[in-house]
Design a protein around this ligand. Structure first.
Ligand code: V47
Length: 369
């Protein structure tokens, strides 16, 4: 590939073509280019090498068991302190009810996350998983971020292995990628001072992988972080993936400022989001999947992101959980898309829609109705 418009991209293009690893400086160069078409072409070449025209989605439901949290992250509009009138914690029966509805609607996955709530005993988590598994043995439980696992180990004075082992035994099938935010200091401390630090987040992911479970990884972008913070984030994830190999998917999360302590930040532009998808595809050479999370990007931009290296649109999210709705760029009724709508969105972009389970096994080959 020859990029006359931005000659700086030529050496990077040669590396991409040869399947060679990109450096930190390459990441900065990619972000700095104004040649979006070239960026798309490069990222799309990798995406097509890995997946051809296949674009994945799943049918899932988010369940947020509690919004009570002590972490006080500046970017979060979801958490409540225990005395606030709209603080909640769902019991096991409510969780099973939500799962039942999800299964009836064809969900193969329940995405379970919540705040760091010191009122809950460890047994709450194992009971939650075990009851869900008992009721719906085939429903994949993608549960608890590295931040929740870290909280459990610290608060209940358990070893990491014990926490992971007991949750796995109770029914945890994999872990979502939240809580990664931005790894690099001082940015991390500025946005989430009381949260699991980068080294710990990565080490815990390694331990979950060692226990035989897959996890995802995210990055929250478009707030106070720098481009260098983002590239550093990709490199740390890439190194952890070299070491433990269990990340399935990377999900860049576009910051939604409303209702947060960072509400003066405008959030990322469309161009910035497309660049972030493309640069992550190019830097994360050992990640199989890049997800354009349509709930945050909006349907239209997510569709375009499929041409910038993304090969997954996440789920139909059959009834957005409170977390999703609280910072979705879509209006509440728009956070639902049925299978046909999501497949049509993918196929309209020129790709082949494949419904997957959480582990990227095709559930059903689909053609848009
Ligand atoms: O860690 C919080 C982010 C994450 C805001 O693994 C915000 O498949 C934007 O991790 N604006 C939780 N983002 C969600 C998450 C996720 C979502 C979808 C799929 C998967 C997966 C994981 O949401 C948090 C944080 O980074 N977040 N507040 C906000 N105002």
């Amino acid at each position: 590939m020859d990029f006359s418009h931005d000659p700086k991209l030529n050496s990077i293009a040669a590396k991409v073509e040869a399947g060679a690893r990109l450096s930190f400086e390459d990441g900065l160069t990619l972000y700095a280019t104004d040649d979006l078409a070239a960026l798309a072409k490069l990222a799309d070449s990798v995406r097509r090498r890995l997946h051809g025209r296949r674009t994945y989605f799943n049918v899932n439901r988010h369940f947020n068991y509690t919004n009570v949290c002590y972490a006080d992250c500046k970017f979060c509009g979801f958490y409540r302190t225990p005395r606030m009138p709209d603080a909640y914690t769902h019991n096991v029966e409510e969780a099973v009810g939500v799962a039942g509805k999800a299964v009836a609607e064809g969900a193969t996955e329940l995405h379970i996350v919540g705040g760091l709530n010191t009122k809950l005993p460890f047994k709450y988590y194992t009971d939650l998983l075990a009851s869900l598994k008992r009721a719906y043995p085939r429903l994949h439980l993608k549960a608890f971020t590295m931040v929740e696992l870290d909280h459990m180990a610290g608060f209940y004075k358990m070893s990491d292995e014990d926490v992971i082992g007991q949750l796995k035994e109770a029914g945890m099938d994999s872990c979502p990628g939240g809580g990664a935010e931005i790894f690099r200091e001082p940015t991390r401390s500025r946005i989430c001072a009381h949260k699991t630090d980068a080294a710990r987040w990565l080490a815990l992911a390694g331990k979950v992988h060692a226990a035989g479970l897959k996890t995802n990884a995210t990055m929250l972008y478009g707030h106070i972080e720098s481009v260098a913070d983002r590239v550093d984030h990709f490199i740390r994830l890439r190194e952890q993936q070299d070491a433990s190999g269990g990340f399935q998917c990377f999900i860049p999360l576009a910051f939604y400022p409303e209702g947060t302590k960072l509400s003066e930040c405008p959030g990322p532009s469309g161009v910035d989001s497309l660049k972030t998808i493309a640069v992550s595809r190019l830097m994360l050479d050992n990640f199989a999947h890049i997800k354009a999370y349509w709930v945050m990007l909006g349907k239209r931009l997510a569709q375009v992101a499929l041409h910038y290296g993304a090969n997954d649109l996440d789920g139909t999210i059959t009834e957005g959980g409170e977390l999703t709705e609280s910072y979705s760029v879509e209006s509440n009724n728009e956070v639902r898309m049925n299978k046909n709508e999501i497949a049509a969105l993918i196929e309209d972009a020129g790709f082949e829609a494949v419904e997957r389970d959480t582990l990227y096994r095709p559930v059903e080959e689909m053609t848009a109705a």
